[in-house]
Design a protein around this ligand. Structure first.
Ligand code: NAD
Length: 452
């Protein structure tokens, strides 16, 4: 099929590249001409494991092309995915990119008298957005041009975007017309055998996406709340408590006596909070959507409140050991909200840094993927981005690990003793082995009672 992608960000470009590997002809358009230039040079504008190789391949065999303008995309495709951003502004969903892209698209469809064109909304939008904001923009051409419209949310996770896209567990298709739904189903023909196809209406498709993100954020905040309770008891380990929960047979099933530990167990660990481009903004957006309708949502509110405290908890833990941190060099490891991505949106590290921007703490930072020339990064004056892990921890009085990068597993007692002024490490993701840090002060977030 000849398909367009509007918005070449994490979701749009992944969608475009993956569909181009499935015998579709893809044309990508983005208002950001730098992104288009990079794609034409076979360079991925962001970091995502394995995706650049696929981009090179699809550009080389001409299954993925870019368009310089929307008209070119519309003329050469039978339908397109809308993958523009839906950030929050003052905690409310900002639909400006959606409205702008749909308005421009509608003009092109009308101007080119394009009939039977299909618009597929891939961006995450709060329930009723399609009905109340998108359909009114398209009203003129829905009947005149026999336009198809559906909502097909994306569930990929940054860091495993390629494999998530290629192995979906479900494809949700919200439409008000059977043919529109079937058009989308045909696009995903090659994926159909291994996943569930859920046909539904616009509003259900919109809400399914928020339900997913709210649920996983809830697990994280639940774990952090249990951790808060256990911290106030003597000698209680929240990691053991949560692992015991995971072993419940309603979570971990067994096949031939082998435990099948589900992915969701990775959300049931104390930590320094969730971040990224989805969980925080989507929970805020659905919370505000509900509140505007006078629907009470205390659980969604609590998810965010619990999460808001986590980045600063790392700092207060450090203060509880070292006292006043003024003029001390403290190393922050990891800037991205999770490993295997370069996405800095709502990063817990940046939230902690912002809280300390007027302090006298000397913060040295290291991240395996974020380097000084990163355009999306601006740091306050008391921060220094180090080129290497060793530079970052040299003469430092504490290491705070914010991101679960594999590279940080290299750290051990010898390295810390050799380079640091005080070999103290606080693991904010609960993934480092205490046994590797002999002769060091090793702490995990949540295990406060072990502090001297
Ligand atoms: N990032 C994720 O992990 C993820 C996962 C699932 C769903 N989503 C949802 O997918 C959507 C896109 O997310 P993203 O992370 O890819 O965003 P992004 O910010 O990385 O990409 C959005 C792109 O749209 C472009 N754009 C904006 N207005 C445009 C217009 N009028 N015409 C053409 N291009 C335009 C921007 O330049 C940008 O490149 C959001 O709604 C998000 O909530 C994101």
């Amino acid at each position: 099929m000849n398909l367009g992608i509007i918005g070449a960000g994490y979701v749009g470009l992944t969608t475009g590249i993956c569909l181009a590997t499935q015998d579709h002809q893809i044309i990508v358009y983005d208002v950001d001409s730098d992104k288009i230039k990079k794609i034409n040079e076979s360079t991925l504008p962001f970091f995502e494991k394995g995706l650049e190789e696929k981009l090179k391949l699809t550009i080389k065999n001409n299954s993925l092309k870019t368009a310089n303008n929307l008209e070119e995309l519309v003329k050469n495709t039978d339908g397109c995915f809308i993958c523009v951003g839906t950030p929050t502004k003052n905690d409310i969903i900002d639909l400006s990119q959606i409205k702008e892209s749909i308005t421009s698209l509608a003009n092109c469809i009308e101007k080119n008298e394009k009939n039977n064109y299909n618009i597929i909304i891939r961006s995450t939008i709060v329930p009723s957005t399609t009905k109340n904001h998108i359909v009114p923009i398209l009203r003129n051409i829905i009947l005149k041009n026999n336009l198809g419209l559906s909502v097909t949310p994306e569930f990929l996770r940054e860091g495993s975007a390629l494999s998530d896209f290629m192995n979906p567990d479900k494809i949700v298709i919200g439409s008000e017309n059977v043919n529109d739904g079937l058009f989308v189903e045909k696009i995903f023909d090659n994926f159909k055998n291994n996943c569930e196809i859920i046909h539904t209406n616009f509003e259900s498709a919109e809400l399914i996406k928020y339900t997913n993100n709210a649920f996983f954020s809830m697990l994280i905040s639940f774990s952090n709340e249990i951790s808060n309770i256990s911290e106030n008891l003597s000698n209680v380990d929240p990691y053991q408590i949560l692992q015991s929960l995971v072993s419940d047979k309603r979570i971990t099933s067994k096949l031939n006596n082998e435990k099948i530990i589900p992915d969701l167990a990775s959300y049931l660990v104390p930590g320094c909070g969730f971040g990224g481009s989805c969980f925080p903004k989507d929970v805020k957006a659905i919370l505000n959507f509900a509140n505007e309708k006078n629907i009470s949502t205390p659980l969604l509110k609590a998810i965010l409140e619990i999460n808001d405290e986590r980045p600063t908890k790392m700092i207060s833990l450090c203060e509880s050991i070292l006292g006043n941190l003024d003029n001390k060099k403290i190393s922050f490891l990891g800037l991205t909200f999770k490993p295997e991505t370069d996405d800095l949106r709502s990063s817990p590290t940046l939230i902690a840094i912002d809280k300390l921007k007027n302090s006298k703490i000397k913060i040295s930072i290291f991240d395996p993927i974020i380097k000084k020339n990163s355009s999306s990064l601006s740091l306050p004056e008391n921060c220094h981005l180090s080129e290497t892990l060793v530079d970052c921890i040299q003469d430092s009085e504490a290491i705070l690990v914010f991101t679960k990068w594999n590279e940080f597993k290299k750290l051990d007692g010898d390295l810390l003793s050799k380079h640091m002024k005080r070999p103290l490490i606080i693991d904010g993701r609960g993934f480092l082995e205490k046994t590797k840090f002999q002769n060091c002060e090793f702490h995990k977030i949540g295990l406060v009672e072990k502090l001297d």
